[in-house]
Design a protein around this ligand. Structure first.
Ligand SMILES: [Zn+2]
Ligand SMILES: [Zn+2]
Length: 334
């Protein structure tokens, strides 16, 4: 099954932690953390409409200015998500610049900044360029189990981890994949056409059985058909799960929260800042080691692990760092 979401590490395993997730068939992308993003083309950056920031340490948040620079002058709305206190940090970044004359701009740029204060409550503050990015009154809402957003195409959940400061880990769950059986279409005398796109969309969006599908190419009397009578034309498979875990102390509480979030992920991006032999240093800096990263991935039954955020002290040793993660990941699987 072809996945819709394609994630990639923007700055490799040593650079600023940032994962760019491209969406096939749609001109929208999302980011996990926003460190340095200069290597992304302006076209790819302008597609970003959701940014999930683990915490506001410099290497995870410094790229916000670059994003801002490329979006000013475009009609655009971006959702940002982060831990408690995040909206105020975005506010200060925005207020570092002078925004007079902006009310005359033809386009508006809007940032909706949501903070996950606890796993069941979110507070969202809006900043609009035409209002010189003044903070509008925050709106609070309840959520469940750290769900940040729930859209027709995907859902993103977060866990709150301890890193000397609250730090969010994320899991992106793609909506189900829908495939059409062409032979069944033929048997029923139904045309191949763009209506199949709306049919798939209706299934992914979990529409009810009486939802009507328009078959444009059919005879006028057969044009509107309830979804229920078309379900046997399709196979539905679960979408992929992509998890992103960074900057977490190796504590039992963090391990439990991570495990619950990332269980059975298809791809796990996880920090492995320190080598296994440097566990004492890792503890001091509230980071994971290669060994811990591999163990966490194995215990959560993850399919593929992509370690990153290697400390520069291991420059030139990516094979060693990777091998340590993989040794722990595969430990009792053989
Ligand atoms: Zn970091
Ligand atoms: Zn950090």
């Amino acid at each position: 099954m072809r996945p819709i979401f394609h994630p990639s590490l923007v700055n490799g395993r040593y650079g600023d932690p940032t994962v760019y997730v491209e969406t096939l068939f749609e001109k929208r992308s999302l980011l996990f953390d926003i460190g340095e993003i200069a290597s992304l083309s302006p076209r790819r950056i302008r597609r970003i409409d959701q940014v999930f920031v683990s915490h506001a340490h410099l290497d995870h948040f410094v790229g916000f200015d670059h994003l801002l620079r490329l979006l000013v002058g475009h009609e655009k709305s971006v959702q940002l998500f982060g831990p408690s206190g995040f909206a105020e940090r975005v506010f200060h970044k925005l207020q570092a610049y002078r925004w007079n004359l902006v009310e005359k701009y033809p386009c508006d740029l809007v940032f909706d900044v949501s903070e996950l204060g606890a796993t069941d409550s979110i507070s969202t503050t809006r900043f609009r360029m035409r209002k010189a990015f003044a903070a509008e009154a925050p709106v609070s809402r309840k959520t469940f189990a750290g769900v940040l957003c729930d859209e027709p195409t995907h859902r993103v959940s977060a866990a709150i981890l301890e890193h000397g400061t609250p730090c969010l880990a994320f899991a992106l769950q793609e909506a189900a994949h829908v495939n059409v059986w062409k032979n069944r279409l033929l048997e029923r005398g139904l045309p191949v056409g763009s209506w199949l796109h709306s049919l798939k969309k209706a299934v992914v969006e979990r529409r009810a059985d009486d939802h009507l599908i328009r078959i444009d190419e059919a005879a006028p009397s057969d044009r509107l058909v309830p979804l229920e009578s078309l379900r046997d034309l399709l196979t539905v498979t679960a979408g992929q799960k992509i998890a992103y875990v960074t900057d977490a102390a190796d504590t039992p509480a963090n391990r439990a929260a991570i495990a619950a979030l990332i269980q059975n992920a298809d791809i796990l991006f996880i920090e492995a800042t320190f080598a296994g032999a440097d566990a004492a240093l890792a503890r001091e800096r509230a980071h994971l080691t290669t060994t811990a990263a591999g163990e966490i991935a194995r215990q959560a039954n993850v399919r593929r692990v992509e370690p990153f955020h290697f400390s520069p002290r291991y420059a030139g040793e990516p094979e060693r760092m990777l091998a340590e993660v993989m040794a722990a990941f595969r430990a009792s699987r053989a």
